[in-house]
Design a protein around this ligand. Structure first.
Ligand code: NAD
Ligand code: AHE
Ligand code: ZN
Length: 370
């Protein structure tokens, strides 16, 4: 057992508490990682809110980290002590039906137990004063020391700054990947991006990389517009400035609709608008945002009959162990400007401020330093 500083979510909708937890050593096929830094993503807030059907408490949240392997369990061969890694909430075993399909980045190797807040053997490595704590998304990066399945870490070069490339563990990769892998946006395409947090802004960056012809950035918080333009948005739109539905606004702006749209909020009404602002015959809408338990999407089926396509994207369709190192390389070369996304840095003790800043719309990404 080792001691670890951690931000524990003891119950939904309560502030995280910084306490010293006990972490059991890694078992077979597991690794112990010292987290150096972690981002805070809206999905952490979503689960903390109690809206996540997989949300279990007490738990240690966090899934956008960067760290160093401190110990490995029996049978671990792909990483060793001292390796720098990014934890993966979408594992890559390379062997399951999903990994070998060539059709998806979703991997089934540890997903079932991950959703139950435990390691693949069905038990937790975390406890506090004798009480078991649940793992979260297979990562729990809000603990200085965390245990992950070997298939849930991507090894990255040691010279990559962990307090920046941690953002590639979720937000930045998700947005870029949704554009490049899931939608496969072509040069010259017209794109609409709904929601300009870390995910939506990364989708703008992805659309810029794809050389999209027009990139329409949409948010109800106009303070997000400068950074959206900086990353390549050609138009910015605040739905509150119009007295008609946002899908009509976008269709009017684009001679019939966009080629691709991306919902980066988690609002089922906006998901509908994102689909319905797509061009008849070929427009494709990608859902990235995560909606709460019981929420459902709807539209008239005629929207699909007439050629619009509704898709979803998890972790940008990226296979973490094989593809994340290339994202890290692109960040190191400057093609992915991670600094633009990091609006705040703070110690673990202040992590609740990071959530407040997110809810107030004042941050893009806060990086927590251990
Ligand atoms: P964020 O809170 O930083 O950003 C959300 C943005 O949406 C904010 O700028 C907010 O002003 C804007 N917004 C809210 N309501 C709006 C509306 N009605 N119209 C237009 N804009 C609106 O969140 P984030 O970290 O960027 O995450 C965005 C979503 O993506 C969340 O639902 C998160 O859970 C999800 N997510 C999904 C994946 C995935 O793999 N599918 C990965 C990461 C995050
Ligand atoms: N637990 C939720 C679903 C959460 C969800 O959709 N997660 C995204 C990643 S969000 C990262 O910020 C995802 O990748 N999903 C695919 C997967 O396998 O979880 C619920 O509704 O139960
Ligand atoms: Zn996330």
């Amino acid at each position: 057992m080792i001691k670890s500083r951690a931000a524990v979510a003891f119950a939904p909708n309560q502030k995280l508490e910084i306490v010293e937890v006990d972490v059991a050593p890694p078992k077979r096929g597991e690794v112990l990682v010292r987290i150096v830094a972690t981002g805070v993503c809206h999905t952490d807030a979503y689960t903390l809110s109690g809206a996540d059907p997989e949300g279990l408490f007490p738990t240690i949240l966090g899934h956008e980290g960067g760290g160093i392997v401190e110990a490995v369990g029996e049978g671990v061969t792909s990483v060793e002590v001292g390796d720098h890694v990014i934890p993966l909430y979408t594992a890559e075993c390379g062997q399951c039906k999903f990994c070998t399909s060539g059709k998806t980045n979703l991997c089934s190797s540890v997903r079932a137990t991950q959703g139950q807040g435990v390691m693949p053997d069905g038990t937790s490595r975390f406890s506090y004063q004798g009480q078991t704590l649940y793992h979260y998304m297979g990562t729990s990066t809000f603990s200085e020391y965390t245990v992950l399945a070997e298939v849930s870490v991507a090894r990255i070069p040691k010279d990559a700054p962990l307090d920046k490339v941690c953002l590639l563990g979720c937000g930045v990769t998700t947005g870029i990947g949704a554009v490049l892998n899931t939608a496969k946006v072509e040069a010259g395409a017209t794109v609409a991006i709904f929601g300009l947090g870390g995910i939506g802004l990364a989708a703008i960056l992805g659309a810029t990389m794809a050389k999209a012809g027009r990139i329409i950035a949409i948010d109800i918080n106009p303070e997000k517009f400068d950074i959206a333009r900086q990353l390549g948005a050609t138009d910015v739109v605040n739905p509150n400035d119009y007295d008609k539905p946002i899908q009509e606004v976008i269709v009017d702006m684009t001679d019939g609709g966009v080629d691709y749209s991306f919902e980066c909020i988690g609002n089922v009404k906006v998901m509908r608008a994102a689909l319905e602002c797509c061009h008849k015959g070929w427009g494709e809408s990608v859902i990235i945002g995560v909606a709460g338990a019981g929420e459902e999407i709807c539209t008239r089926p005629f929207q699909l009959v007439t050629g619009r396509v509704w898709r979803g994207s998890a972790f940008g369709g990226v296979k973490g162990r094989t593809e994340l190192p290339d994202y890290v390389a692109r960040a190191q070369s400057g093609d992915i400007p991670l600094d633009v996304f990091i609006t705040h840095n703070m110690p673990l003790a202040d992590i609740n401020k990071a959530f407040d800043l997110m809810h107030e719309g004042k941050s893009i990404r806060t990086v927590i330093h251990y």
